[in-house]
Design a protein around this ligand. Structure first.
Ligand SMILES: Cc1ncc(COP(=O)(O)O)c(C=O)c1O
Length: 397
């Protein structure tokens, strides 16, 4: 049997957590286990009909099936510009400050490739979205963890970053509203982070795909609302969660023009944009009627309340998140490892939950529940958890 030697930079690469979990769940389902997934952050609801209708109408046109221009259509970049103006009152230049992305994950990964050399240093939140770390590792760069703890409101303590680390760092990753903690950041915090980045010549990559999923009247800001932010910030955003379009793979990076152009140039060597009808339907999503999002957020809020109430009763320690689609909860005292807890729950109840350790060292002892599953199934999952913990003898049973 022929065996090929992988490139050194990928030789220690492990499969993405959810790729492995998907396989395990397929096996359980093949054995007739009724699995309810409240692990991955993939919205179950569809986008509004007018967006789907636009995709369909555009796909029926004869002239939309060729290669789309590099950098996406000017109409899509203009729509991103209009969205930033309408939603955040932020002005962007569609030609130099907007990058069309194949989902924001692609942009996050490629940002690391265009900025990082082996031995470079990146500041990452821990817990945090795994791609910040893996994309740095593939570029040969090192990561310095900024702990996100309950005591700090899940915000990094910038004053605790040693001077030599700050001087060496090239990128600081931030993500608010936050995955996995559901925490939010104020404009004051963003301002402080921008001052820090300016002082140490760091690019802030602010990952904001949950900015449009807010509860109880909260409205998440863009980091670009801070005056002068574009000097040091590239903000990532996406239609995946904001518009229930995760499978469409449509995102954006906006802000610092130098980095945006570098990313655009790099991408001309790697991909050839999207299927044009997807971009045109994306324009409809970004610039069309936005009122349906409020109703969608009410659905998430109802699910959030069901999960929070159940977990609190079962002895988990958690806060009610004001935004995003996740519940981040510390496991009850009598359990010391979230991986074995999640495994036992999956095998014995069919409910799939994400162990916090997937998001880093500071995720140890936590679980993450996603709200991207039908309300009825979330209710069923919570009932199964309640029965399971009662059977095991939780402190409240
Ligand atoms: C914090 C964060 N960033 C980026 C992404 C990637 O989103 P997409 O590539 O679908 O835009 C996700 C997806 O879960 C996420 O949670």
């Amino acid at each position: 049997m022929t065996s090929y030697k992988p490139a050194q930079r990928v030789s220690s690469l492990k499969p993405y957590f959810f790729a492995t979990l998907n396989k395990k769940i397929s096996q359980l389902r093949a054995n007739n286990v009724n699995v309810i997934r409240i692990d991955i952050g993939s919205p179950d609801l569809p986008p509004a009909d007018f967006i789907i209708d636009k995709l369909s109408a555009e796909a029926h046109r004869a002239d939309t099936h060729r290669y789309t221009p590099y950098g996406g259509t000017p109409a899509y970049r203009q729509a991103v510009t209009d969205y930033y103006k309408n939603r955040f009152d932020v002005n962007l230049d569609p030609d130099s400050e907007v990058v069309t992305l194949i989902g924001s994950k692609e942009g996050l990964f490629n940002l690391s490739q265009i900025l990082l050399d082996p031995g470079d240093l990146v500041l990452i939140p821990d817990p945090g979205y795994p791609v910040y770390k893996s994309s740095a590792a593939i570029a040969g760069a090192e990561t310095y963890k900024m702990p996100l703890t309950q005591e700090n409101g899940f915000l990094p303590n910038l004053d605790a970053i040693p001077e030599d680390i700050a001087e060496k760092a090239k990128i600081m990753w931030l993500n608010y509203p936050n995955n996995p903690t559901g925490a939010v950041a104020s404009l004051d915090f963003f301002e402080k982070a921008i001052d820090f980045a300016r002082k140490h010549n760091i690019l802030i990559a602010h990952d904001a795909p949950y900015a449009d999923i807010c509860f109880d009247g909260y409205i998440a800001p863009s980091m670009l609302q801070v005056p002068g932010a574009k000097d040091v910030v590239l903000e990532f955003n996406s239609l995946s969660k904001a518009y229930n379009m995760a499978g469409w793979r449509l995102g954006m990076a906006v802000g610092n023009a130098q980095i945006a152009q570098l990313l655009n140039t790099y991408k001309t060597q790697i991909d050839t944009s999207h299927f044009e009808p997807i971009l045109t339907a994306g324009v409809a999503a970004l610039t069309g009627d936005q009122t349906w999002l409020q109703e969608r957020n009410h659905v998430y809020q109802e699910r959030r309340d069901i999960v929070v109430k159940t977990l609190q009763k079962l002895g988990f320690i958690l806060e009610t998140p004001p935004a995003a689609i996740y519940i981040w909860a510390q496991i009850p005292d009598q359990y010391d490892d979230e991986y074995s807890l999640c495994s036992a729950i999956l095998e014995e109840t069919g409910v799939s939950i994400t162990p916090g350790g997937v998001y880093g060292e500071y995720g140890k002892g936590y679980i993450r529940i996603s709200l991207g599953t039908a309300t009825e199934n979330i209710q069923k999952a919570m009932q199964r958890l309640t029965n399971w913990f009662q059977m095991k003898g939780s402190p409240t049973s």
